[in-house]
Design a protein around this ligand. Sequence first.
Ligand SMILES: O=C(O)CCC(=O)C(=O)O
Length: 213
Amino acid sequence: MSPGPGRPPGAVDLGEGAWFWHAAGFVAAPDRAPLFATLVDTLPLRVEMLRILGREVATPRLTAWMGDPGCAYRYSGRTFEPAPFTPALLAVRARLAETLGADFNTVLANLYRDGRDAMGWHADDEPELGPAAPDDVLIASVSLGAARKFVMRHRRHAGRGDPEGRRALVLADGDLLVMGGTMQRRWQHAVPRTTQPVAARLNLTFRMRRPAS
Ligand SMILES: O=C(O)CCC(=O)C(=O)O
């Protein structure tokens, strides 16, 4: 399979067209704390109620959804109308466009207040994601604040406790993780809870949402 748009030379090839690229220090050290503070102050972060297996469940993290006009998004049984991009987010979007050659028109922000906040196993596999879901989905995830473990598993190994088909990374302050190709179709990812004392972490997951046809 030929590399999809935005696939960087250092990407880790997981086979079957799935790949990820971990770029430590994407946000320069002096910019990290001010960017974290600005985003936490200006994004409409809140606990959301999601419908999961027929039950209303509060997200164990704060979230905010931003996007260009017309980028309403369905996620876990809810439709989210995005807030506009803020100037700080537009600056990160522009750096991602320079780095990856891709324009991301939506972003989900996740604020993990401490180690009790988490993100369960899932894939960003909505059919409207670009460049061309399901086999070519580009996700760019920027992390700020405390380092947290990020785990990935091939769907074939889901729930089997089987080390094959699993990967783990530590996403630290300023890191960029890009997932591409068939990663969302073949693999799932999660940010597990931790009992270690850990400060707040903000994650920005940029996506390309194709306009409704
Ligand atoms: O916080 C992270 O690193 C992951 C976020 C994520 O999986 C998502 O927004 O879909």
